[in-house]
Ligand binder design. Structure first.
Ligand code: FA5
Length: 343
């Protein structure tokens, strides 16, 4: 074996795979030098003694040449990969797309702003309610027909056998239960608003959905009248629409108020000419309201001879539809970016 030739061969290898093959050719399991090294043990002692040092030297030199070449090849590999990976710090960055506030949240924030400027405090309530808070305490007992128009999604009773019937769980139909929750733990005078998601078991169309948002308001004090309600709502509408819409109050029935009203707004979507949003009437109902019913005050332990109050529940989705001239409530929940990016 000519070590000079072998070294030349090793140095000619231009990648690690070829180099490994060359190493195996001499020192692999069946490599020519390895075979000779293994055969040493069968030689007579004299011959073995004479031949072994030479073979060992060859082995060392081949190993050393392979290690040296491998180091060189690896260095080259790293250098070339570094060249191709050069970072151009002057290149423009990749733009990270920012999300933005949903139109419903925008309107809700603005409504909160207006009411807090009028002295209302923001409070919260749960979306999963008990039957008692959603209906009974609001003067809507079990057999009351009003329950039909506020049908909702009931949750399967779980381990509640020991509880009374009106503790059944449901997705709240309105934000009005928060009135009860708040009055149970607070005394008059009070001025609160609460907003959030509500649910209805009903068919959807351009102005109705099975989930939507309400903002509830409640003011309780001595000598509160409908005039106070009209003043507060007047300020709210002025703040949001700057006098660009017409509103009217009409009598309506809600079991938890007496008298009750609905506030109608001239349809901004069709300039009150009539369209699917306003059911071709030119007017859209945006809130229910009224003077708090004595039975509600009794349910929370207030003295009905001492206090009066008004309450209202505004459909936030419909207010947003009027503000931005949106012709279908379902667009808010579709997740279509072409729609959402306009706000
Ligand atoms: C109520 O939910 C009462 N809790 C409101 C109230 C509060 C009355 C306090 C008196 C005192 P109503 O079901 O009308 O009432 O809903 C109130 C508002 O929610 C409506 O004026 C309308 O703007 C909106 N709304 C009602 N149903 C839907 C629906 N399916 N989709 C979208 N918005 C709706």
């Amino acid at each position: 074996m000519d070590i000079g030739e072998i070294k030349k061969e090793i140095l000619s290898k231009s990648n690690l795979k070829e180099l490994d093959a060359a190493h195996k050719k001499y020192l692999g399991k069946n490599g020519s030098l390895n075979v000779e090294l293994k055969a040493l043990k069968d030689l007579p002692p004299d011959e073995r003694k004479a031949k072994a040092p030479e073979l060992q030297r060859l082995k060392r030199e081949i190993d050393a040449a392979v290690v040296e070449r491998a180091g060189y090849l690896k260095r080259k590999e790293i250098e070339s990969s570094l060249e191709s990976e050069i970072i151009d710090i002057t290149a423009p960055g990749v733009k990270i797309e920012m999300g933005h506030i949903h139109p419903l949240t925008k309107v809700q924030d603005r409504m909160n702003e207006i009411f807090t400027s009028l002295g209302f405090e923001i409070v919260e309530g749960p979306e999963v309610e008990t039957e008692w808070y959603n209906f009974d305490a609001l003067n809507i007992p079990e057999d009351h027909p009003a329950r039909d128009m506020w049908d909702t999604f009931w949750l399967a009773p779980e381990n509640r056998e020991s509880e009374t019937k009106n503790q059944n769980l449901l997705l709240r139909t309105h934000t009005s239960p928060v009135q009860i929750r708040y009055m149970e733990t607070h005394h008059s005078p009070l001025r609160i608003i609460t907003s959030g998601r509500v649910f209805r078991h009903e068919a959807s169309d351009a102005s109705h959905d099975i989930q939507f948002h309400q903002l509830e308001g409640l003011m309780v004090d001595k000598n509160i009248t409908v005039a106070n309600f009209k003043a507060v709502i007047g300020e709210f509408l002025k703040g949001l629409f700057a006098g660009k819409v017409q509103t009217r109050l009409r009598p309506a029935y809600f079991p938890f108020v007496e008298p009750g009203f609905e506030v109608m707004m001239s349809c901004a979507n069709c300039d009150a000419k009539g369209c699917p949003v306003c059911s071709k009437t030119g007017w859209l109902e945006v809130m229910g309201a009224g003077m708090v019913h004595p039975n509600v005050f009794k349910a929370v332990g207030y003295d009905v001879n001492e206090v009066q109050g008004f309450a209202f529940g505004i459909g936030i989705d419909r207010i947003a539809m009027m503000k931005y001239k949106i012709d279908d409530i379902r667009l808010f929940y579709g997740g279509d970016l072409k729609f959402l990016r306009q706000f």
